[in-house]
Design a protein around this ligand. Structure first.
Ligand code: AP5
Length: 215
């Protein structure tokens, strides 16, 4: 059976993780987030985590060899997936093409979530996450019911260490220099779709569903 994947492309805070989780819940896509895999490795103090930590703290890209190994493992045995935060540069995109050839897979769409820089900074400064279950909140648009505690686990929410203004600006600049060239890359392949991601999460989700309607 052919593996089918979609890519969520977009700057930090554009809602890739939010939308990927919905696609997993409602349509059974396996959510592969390189950011989540790396944060888990850092928490567990694995060799990958030790390498990744300093790059992530600065908002720089973790070296490709580390990322490619993680993605290759995550794709094992998975036949319908959504990639969130990968690929992040042209070299990773080319390696993904190789992986798809080896694993009889196909990327059907690269969906670009478009959001302005001001909105990104607003969203990321207000993002809080549950350190226990990973649920993502936003103090402005999707706050927890009870003062800064996870609705599910009841534990105190935290701010990601890279969600401070300096690191956010650096992540945006890395996005522009390294990741934005992928817009052309996937446009040339004829699979790029742009979505206005400044709308509400539900409206963005409905737009994505229209794009991937065939799955
Ligand atoms: P990663 O975790 O991938 O971070 P990112 O790309 O910066 O994206 P974010 O997770 O910050 O945002 P998102 O788009 O998922 O938005 P979210 O849905 O949470 O990477 C972190 C680091 O790991 C990198 O800097 C790098 O060091 C390393 N790394 C990861 N992958 C790598 C790779 N492939 N190669 C090399 N290094 C790699 O939403 C954000 C907030 O907005 C939330 O509070 C949410 O509730 C809210 N929100 C979402 N949608 C909406 C909406 N429509 N309206 C209003 N609010 C919304």
């Amino acid at each position: 059976m052919e593996r089918i994947g979609i890519i969520l492309l977009g700057p930090p805070g554009s809602g890739k993780g939010t939308q990927a989780k919905e696609l997993e819940k409602k349509f059974g896509f396996v959510h592969i987030s390189t950011g989540d895999l790396l944060r888990k490795a850092v928490r567990e103090g694995t060799p990958v985590g030790k390498i990744a930590e300093k790059y992530m703290r600065e908002g720089a890209l973790v070296p490709d060899d580390v990322i490619l190994k993680l993605v290759n493992e995550a794709l094992d045995g998975v036949d319908k997936f959504v990639l969130d935060g990968f690929p992040r540069n042209t070299s990773q995109a080319e390696k993904l093409d190789d992986m798809m050839r080896e694993k009889s897979g196909k990327i059907t769409k690269a969906i670009l979530l478009e959001v302005t820089d001001d909105e990104i900074v607003r969203r990321l400064l207000a993002r809080r996450v549950c350190p226990s279950c990973g649920r993502v909140y936003n103090l402005i648009t999707s706050p927890p019911k009870d003062d800064n505690k996870c609705d599910v686990c009841g534990v105190q929410l935290i701010r990601r260490s890279d969600d401070n203004e300096d690191t956010i600006r650096n992540r945006l600049s890395v996005y522009r220099n390294e990741t934005a060239p992928l817009i052309d890359y996937y446009e040339r392949k004829g699979i790029l779709v742009k979505i206005d991601a400044e709308k509400s999460p539900d409206e963005v989700f409905n737009a994505i569903v229209r794009v991937i309607g065939a799955h």
